[in-house]
Unconditional design. Structure first.
Length: 498
């Protein structure tokens, strides 16, 4: 693996159409990046750096797919994932500039059908709240990751999700509210949010290889493949689609185009020939809106030690060497992105990668801040690698400790056929369990599948068919009459249909 990456990083560096930059800082940054890719075992990346209105770097490295020779170049398509959120916020800002909507308008005024579990929250939720993860609704990603349903159905089912805290009482990252924001943009603008984004953001900036959905790029020949480390081996996996929550994270782009977006957003929304946003609205986008508790921030804070962590309209924020940082990551299975800004220094960076949670992205952001603006030689890549390997070791220990609690020699209460059947939940959908030899096969919403072997008592454990999802438990609960009344697929509870 290591020699393969070395070979193709060298090939990529030699094969770029643009000449190798002579600027020593750019060369130093590229050398740091290449070494980081080897250390983190990342097959392919693309990175852009913008300073004082100039694109210092917009380039691809490595390969699109492990085991194949096609190199990543500046036109290779990657998933923007949750860095899409800043684009959605900018689009809403354009409508604010036009006087068609205000940040503090009630969401109900534009989406009367959008109901949450708490009627008070339904009534009081504001447009601003859709962007800052403070609605009181916890993570509800199962509505699109465990179900194959359209956006309209995802939003409809939000009424069944119980609150995790009071409105504006805390912060829990929430994708579905951004999908709702996309629907508001559609209602207010009179065109689908993705067409609005295409016409009002991509087109003015000349982002000709930027697309709102995975389905639009799936057959593009210059597209990266996602990779995941499964049981110690990096493997190519399937693409994860975020199309059902589009405005939260479905955009795809290349690094040439993202350099244009970075340049625009570091320069108060300006671009050659105009500006996307008024100075007032651009300022509002980056104004801290809510505090982010340590439990909801990135592990990198253990080393960067910020004094404060906040979230604005589509951006995480913290302090670094006395400067304000605006940034946001994007993560889908096997794909990563990061958009970072040091606004006082007019410095921006964008990072794409094709290995799941390859946190070299954070190291490159801080390295760019140090090298091109603030000074410093701290090796963030080495330190973050040690940090995340430690976290991985902690997770592995927890799993080992859990599996060590297995009680050997137990048997299921009933024959395996008795566990088969249909189980339902108003919130989580339908779980169909069948028997196949000595295993139980569970299919969730005809979309997610896992295979379970007996573990102990009436608990079964096994792998998802998509092994990058990991392992899961299937636990059965009995009624007083000895009949199965419930199956718990991980944390999701389903009642048996007799």
């Amino acid at each position: 693996m290591r020699s393969f990456i070395l070979l193709f990083l060298a090939f990529t560096a030699l094969g770029q159409k643009k000449p190798i930059a002579t600027d020593k800082k750019v060369q130093e940054f590229e050398a740091y990046l290449v070494k980081g890719m080897i250390d983190w075992e990342i097959p392919g990346m693309a990175v852009a750096v913008v300073k004082d209105g100039q694109v210092l770097l917009a380039k691809g490295y490595g390969v699109r797919e492990l085991g194949r020779p096609e190199p990543v170049d500046a036109q290779t398509l990657f998933a923007c994932a949750s860095t899409t959120k800043a684009m959605t916020a900018a689009c809403m800002g354009m409508l604010v500039d036009e006087g068609k909507i205000n940040w503090d308008d009630r969401v109900l005024s534009y989406l009367p059908e959008f109901q949450l579990n708490d009627p008070y929250v339904t009534r009081e939720l504001r447009i601003r709240d859709l962007f800052i993860h403070n609605s009181g609704v916890g993570n509800a990603d199962f509505l699109w990751s465990a179900m194959n349903i359209p956006t309209e159905e995802v939003l409809r089912k939000m009424r069944d999700v119980p609150p995790s805290y009071s409105l504006r009482g805390s912060f829990i990252y929430q994708n579905i509210m951004y999908a709702a924001a996309g629907e508001v943009i559609s209602r207010v603008s009179g065109m689908p949010w993705y067409e609005f984004m295409r016409q009002r953001l991509f087109k003015p900036l000349g982002m000709n290889r930027t697309f709102p959905f995975l389905r639009e790029v799936i057959n593009d020949s210059n597209r990266t493949q996602p990779h995941y480390k499964i049981e110690g081996k990096i493997q190519v996996i399937e693409h994860s689609s975020a199309d059902a929550i589009g405005a939260a994270g479905s955009v795809w782009s290349c690094i040439d185009d993202m350099a244009k977006w970075v340049r625009c957003m570091i320069d108060s929304g300006k671009y050659d020939g105009g500006r996307l946003l008024s100075a007032k609205t651009w300022t509002e986008l980056f104004k801290p809106q809510t505090l982010v508790p340590a439990s909801q921030f990135y592990p990198t804070a253990r080393l960067t030690k910020p004094n404060w962590t906040t979230y604005s309209l589509g951006w995480f924020q913290h302090d670094y060497k006395g400067r304000k940082v605006n940034f946001h990551t994007g993560s889908l299975a096997g794909a990563i992105a990061l958009h970072g800004q040091l606004p006082e220094e007019k410095l921006g960076i964008y990072v794409f990668g094709n290995l799941d949670h390859a946190e070299l992205r954070h190291a490159l952001m801080y390295k760019a801040f140090d090298l091109f603006a603030l000074g410093g030689t701290r090796d963030w890549s080495a330190e973050f690698l040690q940090l995340y390997r430690g976290i991985e070791a902690e997770n592995e220990k927890r799993t080992k400790d859990f599996e060590g609690k297995r009680v050997a020699g137990t048997q299921p209460s009933l024959p395996l056929d008795a566990y088969a059947g249909r189980y339902v939940s108003p919130l989580f959908g339908e779980l169909i369990i069948t028997r196949e030899g000595d295993e139980l096969i569970a299919v969730l919403n005809n979309f997610v599948k896992a295979r379970f072997a007996h573990w102990h008592y009436d608990v079964f454990r096994g792998w998802y068919d998509k092994r990058w999802y990991g392992k899961q438990n299937l636990t059965f609960i009995f009624a007083p009459d000895g009949k199965i009344k419930q199956a718990n697929f991980g944390p999701m509870e389903f009642s048996r249909v007799q």
